[in-house]
Design a protein around this ligand. Structure first.
Ligand SMILES: [Zn+2]
Length: 432
């Protein structure tokens, strides 16, 4: 994936504002009582022998999730992310941290709604990533098999929109073979039910659209009989609209740490962006809120002097925020990390799971034997740190029905609090 970086650290000003000082206003409108810390908590000295944690407040992470969800879908590069990052900056600063926005840019391909219209029926499809945009009307011609040159040689696709089955050869080859045979557009039908998202990974001179198995297969069948003897007059005219845009996006990571902490031993992170159309409560306001709540709980303890907290942007576009962070960071910062803890989708599903470095997995199991372990993959921001040699631990509660949908609106506050408790315990044990 192409990544054009232009990293700047903005807003270097410290804003250290203790809870409980005169003039402090508790967050409004989220229906949660914010307790003021007692004078003894404020007077705590940062000595190595004191208890590791401030008392946590049940439900506070859930209020953060609600506040983020109320902003609407948090898509990287949109104005909503200005609001979401401002919310996080303010919350970290209230908890006593120096919080900054780290901006970065990358190129993003966006499908603004691509379709195939057959007669009066308009079928929603997905533009393949990297496809040319375009709107055209032409006869539809089914190509046998999967679109090898020999398959195209058996039909006449000149000036037509070709339709083939997914599989066996790369999308790019199908598209190039179609263009070489004279087709003006290509439709690739999923071999299974449902649609798919694909990347061409190279240039083609024609627009390429993916269709679901259910919607595409009837077109493959109905066109197959007439393909070999096609005459313009008996072909089915269809309209293909591949409506896409490629442009630079500016992402905004929120980075927080106590003043003067430049060599953290542990970095806690979670992405706060979501996909188009999804409010992203579980994916991933949940992890964002857990990291923020752990930061609040640790703020008056010595542990906070060894930690950084980051809300990543652009995760849904290919881990853009965490990759940009690692790329921009001082090499000593990355090499000094004993652990990167990533929280993604931790507000739904009872069973908390962890995956990653075996030493960290062992710490998590020691913290709570009820959690499960899984083989970590590259599906979230920890992967950017693992690639740089940092031991990582990924906190995750597994797939759920509302994933990436408009219904991802709710989390269970108790599950957030449990994740906070376990995450905090892992921080403590990893720093012993
Ligand atoms: Zn996620």
């Amino acid at each position: 994936m192409q990544l054009q970086l232009s990293i700047k650290l903005l807003v270097a000003s410290a804003s250290v504002l203790s809870l409980g000082v005169p003039g402090y206003t508790p967050p409004r409108s989220f229906g949660v009582q914010v307790q003021q810390p007692t004078p003894s908590e404020q007077a705590q000295e940062l000595t190595p022998n004191q208890p590791a944690q401030s008392p946590s407040q049940p439900g506070r992470a859930s209020a953060d999730v609600q506040a983020l969800v109320a902003l609407g879908p948090r898509v990287a590069g949109t104005p909503v992310m200005d609001k979401a990052s401002s919310y996080l900056l303010e919350e970290y600063r209230k908890a006593g941290y120096v919080a900054e926005v780290q901006t970065f840019t990358y190129s993003k391909f966006q499908d603004l709604g691509s379709t195939l219209t057959v007669g009066s029926m308009t079928i929603p499809g997905r533009a393949l990533k990297g496809s040319l945009a375009g709107k055209l009307m032409a006869p539809l011609v089914a190509v046998p098999n999967v679109g090898r040159p020999a398959d195209f040689a058996s039909v006449n696709v000149k000036g037509a929109i070709a339709i083939v089955r997914r599989g066996e050869i790369p999308f790019l080859q199908k598209a190039q073979n179609a263009a070489t045979a004279g087709a003006v557009g290509l439709i690739i039908v999923n071999a299974e039910s449902g649609n798919f998202s694909g990347t061409l990974g190279g240039a083609t001179p024609i627009p390429v659209l993916a269709l679901s198995g259910e919607q595409g297969k009837p077109l493959l069948v109905s066109q197959a009989g007439r393909a070999s003897v096609r005459r313009q007059s008996e072909s089915l005219e269809v309209s293909l609209n591949v409506n896409t845009r490629e442009g630079l996006v500016t992402g905004r990571n929120v980075v927080a740490h106590l003043e003067g902490v430049t060599k953290p031993s542990v970095l806690l992170g979670g992405h706060y962006d979501s996909v188009v159309g999804s409010p992203g409560a579980n994916d991933n306001a949940s992890g964002t809120a857990v990291v923020l709540e752990i930061a609040r709980n640790l703020s008056s303890t010595p542990l906070a002097r060894q930690a950084w907290f980051v809300a990543f942007d652009g995760e849904e576009d290919g881990l853009q925020g965490s990759r940009a962070f690692v790329k921009a960071a001082q090499p000593q910062l990355i090499s000094g990390l004993k652990a990167m803890l990533n929280f993604d989708m931790v507000g739904v599903n009872k069973q908390l799971g962890v995956g990653g470095a075996s030493s960290l997995t062992a710490l998590a199991l020691a913290a709570d034997p009820k959690i499960s372990t899984f083989q970590s993959n590259d599906s979230s921001d920890h992967a950017s740190f693992a690639a740089a040699g940092v031991p990582v631990l990924f906190f995750y509660r597994g797939q759920e029905p509302n994933y990436h949908s408009p219904n991802d609106k709710q989390v269970d506050p108790r599950l957030l609090d449990e994740t906070v408790r376990v995450g905090q315990e892992v921080v403590k044990r990893s720093l012993l």
